[in-house]
Design a protein. Structure first.
Length: 155
């Protein structure tokens, strides 16, 4: 089961938001909350509120809708920062000119999922995992023929 929360039109560039989101991807919810609490980025406070909102969504479904969700087993499955609309602004420049710049806006999406009891991600029945990739072949040692030949020096 997945639980989502979105924050739209956040006045921070998506690139800066991704720096914080990369810190919490794949972590348990409690670890992610502690990480956000001690991160010195301005966007970390907003991401913390978003994480709490997703956690509240999970808690609501567990209590009100009667779903079997264990809040302690939740982890951050996905954390994405996308571009929002850009605000075009003008800055005064020398000799009466004007320089244009853009203020960027981010849309942040956070998805929580539940891990199984043994630490594995819970899967839907009927879903098959892809087979493991074969191990890389070992490199061959250079053969005696190619090792013995040398190129003639240019004259």
């Amino acid at each position: 089961m997945e639980f989502r929360a979105e924050k739209k039109y956040l006045r921070v560039s998506p690139q800066k938001a991704r720096l914080v989101l990369d810190l919490i991807k794949g972590r348990r919810v409690e670890e992610a909350r502690n990480t956000l609490m001690f991160t010195k980025k301005r966007v970390a406070e907003h991401v913390g509120k978003l994480l709490q909102s997703a956690l509240d969504n999970a808690n609501f479904l567990a209590t009100e809708k009667g779903l079997d969700v264990e809040i302690d087993n939740l982890y951050v499955k996905s954390a994405v920062a996308n571009d929002g609309p850009r605000m075009k602004r003008i800055r005064p420049a020398p000799q009466g000119r004007a320089y244009r710049y853009q203020r960027r806006i981010a849309h942040i999406e956070l998805i929580l999922a539940e891990r199984g009891k043994n630490g594995q991600v819970a899967t839907v029945v009927g879903e098959e995992s892809a087979p493991a990739a074969p191990a890389k072949a070992r490199r061959r040692a250079p053969s005696a023929k190619s090792a013995g030949k040398k190129k003639a020096a240019a004259k």
